[in-house]
Design a protein. Sequence first.
Lengths: 252, 260
Amino acid sequence: MESRGWGGFATGGLVAGAVLWSLATTDVELSRLFSAGPRIGDFLARMFPPDPSVMTEIINGSAETLRIAILGTLGAVLLSGPLGVFASETMAPPVVHRPVRTALALIRAIPLILVAMLMVGAVGLGPLPGIIAVAIHATGMLAKFYAEAIDGVARGPIAALESAGAGPLARLRYAIWPQMAPVIARDTIFRFELNLRESLILGIVGAGGIGFYIQTYVRSFQYEKAASVTLAVIAMVLAIEAFNVALRRRFS
Amino acid sequence: MTEAVRIEELCFSHVASGLPTLDQVTLSIPPGEALALIGPSGAGKTTLLTLLDGRLRAWRGRVSVLGDALDPDRAPTRARRADTGFIFQDFALVERASVLRNVLNGRLGRMRPLRALLGRPSKDDLAVARAALADCGIVDLAERRVDSLSGGQRQRVAIARCLSQEPRLILADEPVSNLDPARAAEILSLLTEAARRRGATTVFSSHQPDLARRFARRIVGMRNGRIVFDTPTAELTEGATARLYDDANAAVQPRLKAVP
């Protein structure tokens, strides 16, 4: 009991220390917080009314974001197929699946925007670095999901088909695939939704898509236009979510 | 006529697999027999049935099934595996697939590989599958998904899948242990009746001696990987069954008594 009391005390001290250190060393001028209200009001006022003249840019930008998400997801699916097998405990030995899993965790740990900046540096501006960034970033999660789908397959039905005289391919098609396919479809749709949301901001670092316009209009003080693009982004996110809720219901 | 099963001095021990061992098992079963394996858990019933199904390696002794010697180093041919049907304790069905699809899965060993992969069962395959559904009383469940069925219905599907293999030997591993007593008797009577009509040999394991008495003509008692008795059902004494389970309980009993 005593050690537990000391443990709690130490944890509390550590948390308090961290908060105090942050407060003391961050350059926080509380006065700025009080004048923020009018400034945000001014900002919002300048965004109003949203300028509908940027419709063409919105449509082009959204289409590009959509293309980045679709092609990026396709790339992630292609990479995750083999990587999922290598990361699976039932298909690959520990010397293979452990390092693959660690590598996937590392990929997941890098934010998409960082991967995108790297890719812009590597292949230049435009949608291509966005597509590559999404493909790499999404693989970190998707390959792990695929490995879990493979490992989640019940052995019983496979043994039953083996016992009935089915060959290995027939077992794959009738015992393994029917168990895996809905899980893989659900995970892929989920990842596509995330890809679409995350790629909305890729334009900010020059990796293509609708984010580019938000960036451009805010920088050039054309807040009415930025407002229109922002509204379009919100509408897209809501549409994606509604679409995915409907789609996922089919694969439960 | 050759025996359906012939086992001589069979030994199996594989600690890593967690399977109970088999020790000097010798047993022969004539065609058309309805035999029950009884005994406490860990006796080796599942090990023996799995081995006869050709799904265990690295055993010693001589085993022949339906006239062909089993090879401890490799799986039997597809045709041989199709001849031997297996019914699993936990049903082992593809949950998301329809009842008919699961029953047709039993035909996969009989279909030509390409036809099996294309998913085009022949008229004969469909006819056999329908007959199996009818025998198990589940024709009207054919299009239902398995994950919407009850335990008793699932076991009927599993038996129908086994029957659609047109097996000459049916091995059933605790086929009714997951069911309530009324359902259990129903399922066992369905299974033994369907097997009898098809002239198939049946071996089922059970931990319920009363069910074994009702549905088997011959009863083999197993304990610790050995056969303890092998007798026609009519000659099985209460004492023999009691002794089979007695020692297994003996280890537990003193501790029970010690509780005030």
